[in-house]
Design a protein. Sequence first.
Length: 132
Amino acid sequence: MTAVPEVLFVCAHNAGRSQMAAAILDHEAAGRVRVTSAGSQPADQLNSAVVQAMAEIGLDISGESPRRLSTDHVQSADIVITMGCGDACPVYAGKRYLDWDLPDPTGLDLPAVRSIRDEIRRRVLALVSEVI
């Protein structure tokens, strides 16, 4: 890994899970990790329940927008964490891949999104202890 590891979170729409994970890791790592997120089929905007759930824990992601996954994203990452993008995520030798099987928050109510957020936070905190 590089001196400052780079973590890429990938989900299908880059409107929920990967955005939450990126924001939480960016906050918890406090500059000690480079964080990006992208989607294999990005949505037009973030999921509003996701934005609200993140605001509840003091993280404002309202200014973020879904981004399309590119091979450059994957090539520059040390760790690629997929969250439901399936075969759409390119695989490169020498990268560490993790698959976090988490429900898609699309169409779910706020309590369900909170549960997903809390599970993502738990996994991100475990990841921080590994990479920093």
